[in-house]
Design a protein around this ligand. Structure first.
Ligand code: ATP
Length: 328
């Protein structure tokens, strides 16, 4: 069934960390060993590849990590890898270690780096989407998104308790530079009065209208979820602008920040990471390369680099509609 030419698979995590990366590492290592391959862990993403920071991983060395946040292989962003010279150094180290296939766990930047390496040196490589933003095409979910959204919902629930006790208006900023996935779905699940995301063009005036309508109703406290990449300003800026226009509200701001990256992965992320880890190794052993693993309608799929990069994972319009209907 499998490519016998591949003897050693290198695995690494790259870009921003996401809960569930450890579950993916575990799955890659154990699947590789299941198919009688050796698996090497490359530390700190492309940085460790360039420096030759590479360790052997056994089935037991990935025990007791499925439930842990972060990544045991650490992650980094490497400027040097963006250059041809950097990638050559990285490839020399892979050759020295006898690594003849790669599995990367990261976002679109990591996949781009992997694409160049494959193009330049012909090394078979598969990417697993690990990023909390859920902003990659070719997959319904990325690893870490479910955990990050659950963390945001927990925080919103807690803030709601204090908001209700004091008739407050809260702006809660969640992660998402270009993508409103965490904001929309944590907003629906947390019962937000409005969700402000990078993809949607709600103007500040529309927001003010929505808030002032609330003044006349019995709705005295509001939770507004704002994605960090909001085009009309982040939570702090919006709070300041609303305060300049109206003294009706007691306005507070909570920026959730890196809280959302940490913590034990949810069951969903652990299972997703496990399935993707198995699919990545089986894919590369079956001749897949320059592809990203994904899950579409509950099926594992492989999408080429060009397909992933020429599409966006647009926010589901139906979710936006639901968020609006339920906030009245
Ligand atoms: P996240 O979505 O969490 O930010 P990411 O994988 O997109 O994850 P990036 O920082 O964009 O994170 O990319 C990770 C690393 O991939 C970079 O530090 C760099 O080493 C490599 N990389 C990104 N873009 C390129 C590129 N155009 N050419 C070569 N390498 C790249």
């Amino acid at each position: 069934m499998t490519n016998t030419n591949i003897k050693r698979i290198g695995v690494f995590t790259s870009g921003g960390d996401a809960p569930g990366m450890n579950a993916a590492i575990r799955a890659v290592v154990r699947t590789g060993i299941y198919y009688q391959k050796e698996v090497m862990g490359i530390m700190r993403g492309y940085e460790g590849m360039i420096e030759g920071d590479i360790v052997k991983l056994g089935a037991r060395s990935v025990g007791n990590i499925i439930q842990r946040g972060g990544t045991i292989l650490k992650t980094a962003r490497s400027k040097e890898f963006r250059t041809k010279e950097g990638r050559q150094k990285a490839y020399e180290n892979l050759k020295k270690e006898g690594i003849d296939a790669l599995v990367a766990i990261g976002g679109d930047g990591s996949f781009t780096g992997l694409h160049y390496l494959t193009q330049e040196y012909g090394i078979p490589a598969v990417c697993i989407p690990g990023t909390i933003d859920n902003d990659l095409a070719g997959t319904d979910y990325t690893i870490g998104y479910d955990t990050a959204t659950n963390t945001a919902v927990e925080a919103i629930d807690k803030i709601r308790d204090t908001a209700l006790s004091h008739n407050r208006l809260f702006f809660i900023e969640v992660m998402g530079r270009n993508s409103g996935y965490i904001a929309v779905n944590s907003g629906i699940a947390g019962g937000a009065a409005a969700v402000i995301i990078p993809e949607e063009t709600m103007s500040f005036e529309e927001l003010m209208t929505l808030l002032t309508e609330g003044e006349g109703s019995s709705k005295k406290s509001n939770l507004i979820v704002v994605a960090e990449g909001s085009k009309i300003g982040g939570a702090n800026e919006l709070a300041r602008k609303v305060a300049e226009r109206s003294d009706y509200f007691d306005i507070k701001v909570t920026v959730l920040g890196h809280l959302q990256r940490g913590g034990s992965p949810t069951y969903f992320d652990r299972v997703l990471a496990s399935k993707m880890g198995v699919a990545a190794v089986e894919g590369v052993l079956n001749g897949q390369s320059d592809v990203m693993v994904g899950v579409r309608n509950h099926q594992m799929v492989y999408n080429s680099f060009d397909t992933i990069m020429s599409h966006t994972h647009d926010i589901d319009k139906e979710s936006l509609r639901i968020a609006k209907i339920l906030s009245i």
